[in-house]
Design a protein around this ligand. Structure first.
Ligand code: GUN
Length: 284
């Protein structure tokens, strides 16, 4: 069994970005800047945002954090985004999700300048991905999963890919990436899928992003499959994925650990997207 080590690859990617930034800064360019917006005090979101800020610092990206009160209005949030949209020194804008229920999330995302949309959630970037254009920004988690599969030479051509979870953040863009150039045959399962096992057990590559701890058991996975676990669930202070790793690992060709698999790749791709936006400004 091959362990798809996202921590090691993410570190390599970060070192590469760091060197590139040092090089440009030594030539007199300003460092890249990423604005990170967190609304409210969701404990999981606080952990993710702090990790993103720390990793920005590690590679030389200037992070511009905004910790906003839970009761901020839609208008106030959009005014802040508007000012960041118009600030030439700001390369990327990230609004951590989920937002409080009184905020219209899709409208907030649409308000972000698509050229600064480091998450790749804006309809313009989603549309570019859906129509096979290469000049959009890719969502960090699916992008990171593709990079991880490439790193371990896992070919997706002609493979049966099953994705469990149909979110805008992971499941749907993940499906579009596997579908690109008609490489893989893709099935998306979700909470209303009947007989989940009948689908998952056919997968050559299984991607699970549901937020349900240990949903995927060994008998739901084909022997020799590649399993990618996007889940980050806290149970009794321990982090576990959506896959029953200990039992599933015995029968697969390759699998991501939790933690240390997809999570670090998501942050690495956020830094990559920020750097790419920044670099494009000075080289095109
Ligand atoms: N919440 C969970 N995952 C993500 C992500 O990739 N980006 C943002 N902005 N919020 C998230």
């Amino acid at each position: 069994m091959i362990l798809l080590d996202g921590k090691v690859l993410a570190q390599k990617i970060k070192e590469d970005i760091k060197k590139n930034i040092e090089n440009l800064v030594s030539k007199g360019y300003r460092p890249p800047t990423l604005s990170v917006i967190l609304v409210g005090d969701n404990p999981a979101s606080q952990i993710y945002v702090n990790k993103k800020i720390k990793d920005c610092q590690e590679v030389g990206i200037n992070s511009k954090p905004f910790f906003l009160p839970r009761d901020i209005t839609q208008l106030e949030l959009e005014e802040l985004i508007g000012s960041l949209n118009g600030d030439d020194e700001v390369d990327g804008i990230l609004v951590q999700l989920p937002l409080p229920s009184h905020i219209n999330t899709l409208e907030v995302i649409e308000y972000i300048n698509p050229k600064k949309d480091v998450d790749g959630f804006h309809p313009e970037n989603v549309g570019k991905l859906a129509t096979g254009r290469d000049d959009g920004i890719l969502p960090c988690t699916p992008y990171g999963i593709m990079r991880l599969l490439q790193e371990y030479n896992i070919d997706t051509f002609g493979k049966d890919v099953v994705i469990v979870g149909a979110s805008n953040i992971v499941g749907k863009p993940m499906a579009l990436l596997f579908l690109k150039d008609e490489k893989s045959t893709v099935t998306i399962c979700h909470k209303n899928t009947r007989d989940l096992k009948s689908h998952t057990s056919k997968a050559d590559i299984l991607v699970v992003a549901t937020g349900v701890p240990h949903l995927i058991k060994a008998d739901m996975v084909k022997k020799g499959a590649v399993v990618v676990d996007v889940g980050i669930n806290r149970i009794d202070g321990k982090i576990v994925g959506d896959v029953d790793f200990e039992n599933v690992k015995e029968k697969v060709y390759a699998i991501t650990p939790v933690p240390g698999g997809v999570g670090p790749m998501t942050v690495a791709m956020l830094l990559q997207n920020t750097f790419d936006i920044y670099k494009r400004k000075f080289t095109s």
